[in-house]
Design a protein around this ligand. Structure first.
Ligand code: ADP
Ligand code: MG
Length: 393
């Protein structure tokens, strides 16, 4: 699928995306920058991506008319919303190229299937999931081994940004935590002592060719990504290499097409660098890859466009050190009063790139945008990022 006007002047090819959030918006920006048109399906008439797309189909994700409209208009369809029903992707795929495919998205949607895939993939990569047990019925609670406590009970489906999780210290708290989560299928994971969190973003084409962004280091606050750092010398080379190899194995064994992010924990194992554990994956670009827009010559969203259109995937090159700060809705509030963040102060700093997603309602905890600080080295990027954080208060 080629960008731009067709010979003789036809309408450019249109790439569709299911989901109208910030990830969809940045996909639309990348697609349009290359000369594609973009169509978004999202029920919210004011969705961040819907507002910048050439076409916005404002229906539910499973609305047959909406899907038919999207399909008629688009040459290929991707997703930015990992909880789009997998059957929807499967039915679209009968008519148009769809990437990632329904089967891979279905695995990523369910922590049980996801962990089973990670465990299988550990046979080739040596990197597996955290010790865990599946909870689907009352009787499973009694069978939980003592070694999983203290642990984190996570709903198998629909969790994000730390939502749908309960910490459980003692066995007698399990039943309450499970009831609080609505007795839906869950996974209980042992709570690990984390030294670090990493993520790796790869793009894989239908021909199996794969390229990767540099390995990212992530800091979370209250279960939400707060900071991503990427620069030379940040991570032990062996650890970064293992994380990359494990991600490639996970993508290849899924037959994945598109952009995939895999999150890892680093835990102590007595070695100097620590050992990797696979946490979860996202079948789409990821918050921890946003720095690639400003710090790499090919962003994760351009990779998503190229993979979807079947265009060549070239290895991205990071030309700058980067520190990304997430901007949550809390920034617009102080002592219960609305405030406007000091953008002029932040933008006066060298190498600061501001991205706001067009959301007008700044609720605490809501992802409103991000800042990427680019610099010649990691030390400088961190120094400026600290200044920016201080100016934001
Ligand atoms: P979400 O889908 O909300 O991103 P995650 O499973 O990634 O869910 O959990 C969010 C964060 O909670 C992780 O990034 C990590 O900081 C912490 N966390 C999750 N699982 C564990 C664990 N088993 N041990 C220690 N910390 C954990
Ligand atoms: Mg996560």
């Amino acid at each position: 699928i080629l960008p731009g006007p067709l010979a003789g002047g036809g309408r450019p090819a249109t790439l569709g995306v299911l989901g109208g959030g910030q990830l969809g918006r940045m996909f639309v920006h990348a697609a349009q920058a290359m000369g594609f048109q973009a169509a978004v399906l999202d029920p919210d008439p004011a969705s961040p991506a819907g507002r910048v797309a050439d076409v916005h189909v404002a229906t539910a994700y499973d609305d047959e008319q909406g899907l038919a409209q999207l399909m008629q208009r688009c040459e290929a369809v991707t997703t930015e919303f990992e909880n789009v029903p997998a059957q929807v992707l499967a039915s679209l795929a009968a008519h148009r190229p769809v990437a990632p495919g329904a089967a891979a998205v279905a695995v990523a949607q369910d922590r049980r299937a996801e962990k089973a895939h990670f465990a299988a993939s550990a046979r080739s990569s040596g990197i597996g999931p955290a010790p865990h047990a599946v909870i689907e019925a009352e009787a499973d609670l009694a069978r939980v081994p003592e070694s999983l406590l203290p642990g984190i009970l996570k709903t198998a489906r629909l969790g994000y940004d730390g939502k749908g999780q309960r910490r459980v210290t003692r066995r007698d708290e399990l039943a309450v935590a499970w009831a609080e989560l609505g007795r839906v299928p869950c996974v209980l994971e042992r709570q690990l002592a984390l030294r670090d969190e990493l993520s790796v973003i790869v793009a894989r084409g239908a021909d199996g060719a794969m390229v990767a962004l540099p390995v990212q280091r992530n800091l979370h606050r209250h279960g939400i990504l707060a900071v991503t750092e990427v620069f030379d010398g940040l991570l032990p080379a062996r650890l970064a290499q293992q994380a990359l190899a494990a991600t490639q194995a996970i993508a290849a064994e899924l037959g994945y097409v598109g952009v995939l992010c895999v999150e890892f924990f680093v835990v102590d194992d007595g070695s100097a660098d620590g050992a990797l554990v696979v946490n979860e994956m996202a079948p789409r670009p990821h918050n921890s890859g946003h720095y690639s827009i400003d710090a790499c010559d090919v962003s994760q969203f351009e990779l998503q466009v190229r993979a979807l259109a079947g265009l060549p995937l070239v290895a991205p090159r990071a030309h700058s050190a980067a520190v990304m700060l997430n901007l949550l809705g809390d920034l617009w509030w102080r002592d219960g009063e609305p405030v406007t963040p000091d953008w002029a102060g932040v933008l006066a700093l060298p190498g600061v790139h501001l991205h706001l997603y067009g959301k007008l309602d700044a609720r605490p905890g809501r992802k409103m945008g991000h800042l990427t600080v680019t610099a010649a080295d990691g030390h400088e990027a961190r120094r400026v990022a600290l200044q920016a954080a201080a100016r934001l208060g």
